[in-house]
Design a protein around this ligand. Sequence first.
Ligand code: SF4
Length: 196
Amino acid sequence: MNDNKFLLHICCAPCSPHPIRELKKQFELTLYFFNPNIHPKKEYLARLVEAEKLAFGENMPLIAGEYRPREWFQNARQWKDEPERGKRCEFCIGHRLFETARMAAERGIARFGTALTVSRLKSAIMLNSLGEKAQAEFRGKGIVFYEADWKKKDGFNISAKLSDEMGFVRQDFCGCVYSRKNSRKKGQSEEAGQTA
Ligand code: SF4
Protein backbone atom coordinates (compact mmCIF):
# COMPACT_ATOMS: atom_id res chain seq x y z
CA MET A 1 0.00 0.00 0.00
CA ASN A 2 1.32 3.46 -0.96
CA ASP A 3 1.30 5.60 2.22
CA ASN A 4 1.25 8.79 0.19
CA LYS A 5 -2.10 8.09 -1.46
CA PHE A 6 -5.19 9.77 -0.04
CA LEU A 7 -8.86 9.33 -0.88
CA LEU A 8 -10.76 12.53 -0.14
CA HIS A 9 -14.54 12.37 0.06
CA ILE A 10 -16.18 15.49 -1.36
CA CYS A 11 -19.86 16.46 -1.38
CA CYS A 12 -19.67 19.34 -3.85
CA ALA A 13 -17.14 21.56 -5.63
CA PRO A 14 -17.66 24.83 -3.66
CA CYS A 15 -16.71 23.29 -0.27
CA SER A 16 -13.66 21.41 -1.47
CA PRO A 17 -10.93 23.72 -2.88
CA HIS A 18 -9.33 24.60 0.47
CA PRO A 19 -8.96 20.99 1.77
CA ILE A 20 -7.71 19.93 -1.68
CA ARG A 21 -5.09 22.69 -1.87
CA GLU A 22 -3.83 21.87 1.63
CA LEU A 23 -3.78 18.09 1.25
CA LYS A 24 -2.13 18.08 -2.14
CA LYS A 25 0.95 19.69 -0.58
CA GLN A 26 1.57 16.36 1.19
CA PHE A 27 -0.42 13.64 -0.52
CA GLU A 28 -1.29 12.15 -3.88
CA LEU A 29 -5.01 12.83 -3.91
CA THR A 30 -7.95 11.04 -5.46
CA LEU A 31 -11.38 12.60 -5.00
CA TYR A 32 -14.37 10.45 -4.15
CA PHE A 33 -17.85 11.70 -4.94
CA PHE A 34 -20.16 9.37 -3.06
CA ASN A 35 -23.36 11.19 -2.10
CA PRO A 36 -26.58 9.14 -2.32
CA ASN A 37 -28.16 11.70 0.03
CA ILE A 38 -28.38 14.37 -2.68
CA HIS A 39 -31.89 14.97 -3.96
CA PRO A 40 -33.25 15.31 -6.59
CA LYS A 41 -31.18 13.47 -9.19
CA LYS A 42 -30.89 16.67 -11.24
CA GLU A 43 -29.12 18.30 -8.29
CA TYR A 44 -26.94 15.23 -7.83
CA LEU A 45 -25.84 15.37 -11.47
CA ALA A 46 -25.20 19.13 -11.31
CA ARG A 47 -22.95 18.66 -8.27
CA LEU A 48 -21.18 15.73 -9.89
CA VAL A 49 -20.42 17.72 -13.06
CA GLU A 50 -18.91 20.53 -10.96
CA ALA A 51 -16.88 18.00 -8.93
CA GLU A 52 -15.51 16.60 -12.20
CA LYS A 53 -14.55 20.10 -13.35
CA LEU A 54 -12.80 20.68 -10.04
CA ALA A 55 -10.85 17.41 -10.32
CA PHE A 56 -9.86 18.29 -13.88
CA GLY A 57 -8.72 21.77 -12.83
CA GLU A 58 -6.71 20.39 -9.92
CA ASN A 59 -5.26 17.66 -12.14
CA MET A 60 -6.34 14.71 -10.03
CA PRO A 61 -8.57 11.66 -10.52
CA LEU A 62 -12.15 11.53 -9.32
CA ILE A 63 -14.10 8.38 -8.56
CA ALA A 64 -17.87 8.74 -8.82
CA GLY A 65 -19.50 6.32 -6.41
CA GLU A 66 -22.75 4.56 -7.16
CA TYR A 67 -25.85 6.73 -6.73
CA ARG A 68 -28.19 4.66 -4.52
CA PRO A 69 -30.74 7.17 -3.15
CA ARG A 70 -33.41 4.54 -2.41
CA GLU A 71 -31.16 2.74 0.07
CA TRP A 72 -30.30 6.09 1.68
CA PHE A 73 -33.98 7.09 2.02
CA GLN A 74 -34.98 3.73 3.48
CA ASN A 75 -32.58 4.34 6.35
CA ALA A 76 -32.73 8.11 6.73
CA ARG A 77 -36.50 8.66 6.68
CA GLN A 78 -36.88 7.42 10.27
CA TRP A 79 -35.04 10.62 11.27
CA LYS A 80 -36.81 12.93 8.80
CA ASP A 81 -37.74 15.45 11.51
CA GLU A 82 -34.29 15.59 13.09
CA PRO A 83 -32.51 18.95 12.90
CA GLU A 84 -29.24 19.30 11.03
CA ARG A 85 -26.38 17.74 13.07
CA GLY A 86 -28.87 15.26 14.57
CA LYS A 87 -29.28 11.52 14.12
CA ARG A 88 -30.11 11.73 10.40
CA CYS A 89 -26.86 13.53 9.70
CA GLU A 90 -24.96 11.09 11.88
CA PHE A 91 -26.29 8.23 9.74
CA CYS A 92 -25.76 10.13 6.46
CA ILE A 93 -22.17 11.15 7.15
CA GLY A 94 -21.31 7.81 8.73
CA HIS A 95 -22.62 6.01 5.65
CA ARG A 96 -20.55 8.16 3.30
CA LEU A 97 -17.39 7.81 5.40
CA PHE A 98 -17.86 4.05 5.67
CA GLU A 99 -18.08 3.87 1.87
CA THR A 100 -15.01 6.08 1.53
CA ALA A 101 -13.06 3.78 3.84
CA ARG A 102 -14.32 0.76 1.90
CA MET A 103 -13.25 2.30 -1.41
CA ALA A 104 -9.81 3.25 0.00
CA ALA A 105 -9.31 -0.34 1.17
CA GLU A 106 -10.46 -1.71 -2.19
CA ARG A 107 -8.09 0.56 -4.13
CA GLY A 108 -5.09 0.15 -1.80
CA ILE A 109 -5.21 3.82 -0.74
CA ALA A 110 -3.63 4.24 2.70
CA ARG A 111 -5.50 7.33 3.94
CA PHE A 112 -9.00 8.68 3.69
CA GLY A 113 -10.78 11.80 4.85
CA THR A 114 -13.53 14.24 3.96
CA ALA A 115 -13.88 17.87 2.99
CA LEU A 116 -17.23 18.10 4.81
CA THR A 117 -15.85 19.83 7.92
CA VAL A 118 -15.28 22.98 5.87
CA SER A 119 -18.99 23.71 6.38
CA ARG A 120 -19.86 25.85 9.40
CA LEU A 121 -22.98 23.69 9.83
CA LYS A 122 -21.00 20.49 10.33
CA SER A 123 -19.63 19.36 13.67
CA ALA A 124 -15.99 18.36 13.35
CA ILE A 125 -16.33 16.34 16.57
CA MET A 126 -19.14 14.27 15.05
CA LEU A 127 -17.40 13.88 11.70
CA ASN A 128 -14.05 12.91 13.11
CA SER A 129 -15.57 10.33 15.43
CA LEU A 130 -17.51 8.84 12.49
CA GLY A 131 -14.27 8.74 10.48
CA GLU A 132 -12.55 6.86 13.27
CA LYS A 133 -15.48 4.46 13.44
CA ALA A 134 -15.17 3.82 9.69
CA GLN A 135 -11.44 3.25 10.09
CA ALA A 136 -12.16 0.69 12.84
CA GLU A 137 -14.54 -1.17 10.51
CA PHE A 138 -11.61 -1.83 8.21
CA ARG A 139 -9.10 -2.68 10.90
CA GLY A 140 -6.59 -5.05 9.38
CA LYS A 141 -6.62 -3.30 5.98
CA GLY A 142 -4.12 -0.70 7.20
CA ILE A 143 -6.14 2.36 6.22
CA VAL A 144 -6.03 5.50 8.33
CA PHE A 145 -8.61 8.26 8.76
CA TYR A 146 -7.24 11.81 8.49
CA GLU A 147 -8.78 13.95 11.23
CA ALA A 148 -9.41 17.58 10.31
CA ASP A 149 -11.58 20.61 10.90
CA TRP A 150 -11.26 22.47 7.60
CA LYS A 151 -13.39 25.42 8.66
CA LYS A 152 -10.63 26.49 11.10
CA LYS A 153 -8.22 29.27 10.14
CA ASP A 154 -10.84 30.86 7.89
CA GLY A 155 -11.12 27.63 5.85
CA PHE A 156 -14.72 28.20 4.85
CA ASN A 157 -14.00 31.64 3.39
CA ILE A 158 -10.87 30.41 1.63
CA SER A 159 -12.86 27.63 -0.04
CA ALA A 160 -15.65 30.07 -0.93
CA LYS A 161 -13.21 32.53 -2.51
CA LEU A 162 -11.44 29.84 -4.54
CA SER A 163 -14.78 28.41 -5.59
CA ASP A 164 -16.00 31.83 -6.79
CA GLU A 165 -12.80 32.26 -8.79
CA MET A 166 -13.45 28.88 -10.42
CA GLY A 167 -17.08 29.81 -11.14
CA PHE A 168 -18.80 27.14 -9.05
CA VAL A 169 -22.36 27.54 -7.79
CA ARG A 170 -22.92 27.47 -4.01
CA GLN A 171 -26.09 25.60 -3.08
CA ASP A 172 -28.40 26.87 -0.36
CA PHE A 173 -29.08 23.44 1.15
CA CYS A 174 -26.89 20.60 2.38
CA GLY A 175 -28.11 17.97 -0.06
CA CYS A 176 -31.00 15.80 1.11
CA VAL A 177 -34.71 16.42 0.58
CA TYR A 178 -35.15 17.32 4.26
CA SER A 179 -32.43 19.98 4.23
CA ARG A 180 -33.96 21.35 1.02
CA LYS A 181 -37.38 21.71 2.67
CA ASN A 182 -35.83 23.41 5.71
CA SER A 183 -33.90 25.82 3.53
CA ARG A 184 -37.06 26.73 1.63
CA LYS A 185 -39.03 27.22 4.87
CA LYS A 186 -36.27 29.48 6.17
CA GLY A 187 -36.29 31.46 2.92
CA GLN A 188 -40.08 31.88 3.10
CA SER A 189 -40.03 33.04 6.73
CA GLU A 190 -37.21 35.47 5.96
CA GLU A 191 -39.24 36.82 3.03
CA ALA A 192 -42.33 37.13 5.25
CA GLY A 193 -40.21 38.94 7.84
CA GLN A 194 -39.00 41.38 5.22
CA THR A 195 -42.46 42.21 3.99
CA ALA A 196 -44.00 42.46 7.48
S1 SF4 B 1 -28.70 17.66 6.22
FE1 SF4 B 1 -26.87 17.05 5.01
S2 SF4 B 1 -25.66 15.69 6.32
FE2 SF4 B 1 -27.71 15.87 7.19
S3 SF4 B 1 -28.85 14.14 6.36
FE3 SF4 B 1 -29.24 15.84 5.00
S4 SF4 B 1 -27.68 15.71 3.41
FE4 SF4 B 1 -27.00 14.39 5.09
